[in-house]
Design a binder for this molecule. Sequence first.
Ligand SMILES: [Zn+2]
Length: 294
Amino acid sequence: MSEYTFCEASGAEGETQADIERRRASYYSALVTARRITVPGSRHLQYWDTCVQPSTRFAATMPIGENMHPEPLPGWPAPLARVLRRVASSAVGRALIRHPRRRTTIYYRNDTPESEPDHHTDERGPGHRQAALAEAAGQGCRALVWLNPAAPPHHDATGLLRVPDVSLVHELVHAISITHGGFRPARVDAVAARFHAPSLEEGRAVVIENMYRDESRYLLRREYLDGGAIAYGATPTSRNTGTPIGELEADTVRHFRLRAPGLASELERIPAHVCRYNPFRDLHVHRSPLRSAR
Ligand SMILES: [Zn+2]
């Protein structure tokens, strides 16, 4: 599968970037009609059926990023619909699709997948990134997810399989934190030293990503910062992750029981024959924090 590339937009001599954007927006606004699609099985998870960028002014008229010609994109939306179906075929994935609490919009990005508080909301207009981050840390706000659903599956340098459905699952964990509140992605050195993840936010995303990987029979991710895969058929332990993983699992369960109890109780009911690696179920059964020295 080859990567789809774009031409740089080139303006006439003396034209400013704003001139180019105005001309492009007026030219394409008549041609591109974007519709919001709500993902089946979800109230709040959405995407545009045409590639657009999330600025309020051009939301329905401006495909892709700045400096790009808004040509039709073969990597959207059919591959996204396929990735969503793949995620929805798993119990963990269905729970994640169901539980964003506020509008979460998936946008195209031909780069590392990412999630962020939606600072382009209709009420605010674009550019209020700090306010949105504060809301996401507190009561929660709308979320954006960036994903290339047509990214070719590959094993990265650490031997970990990277595939779009796993990426989407990981980002949906962040989207749930953002929309329910308690999203704190800033790096904390003590967390990085202990759990090999820049923040508890990323550590939690890896725990739930690994539940999906286990259910989907992908190799599990060893840790966030250095990556790596856990041996086939094995689930995370202190020994094979090199971290006190039981503590991170307990934190993950506590966090989502508090912030997104509907998600936590749905995950805890997923049985072992569907998903063996399930700290939500195991902590529910034992009613005590998992020991880190397993
Ligand atoms: Zn992440």
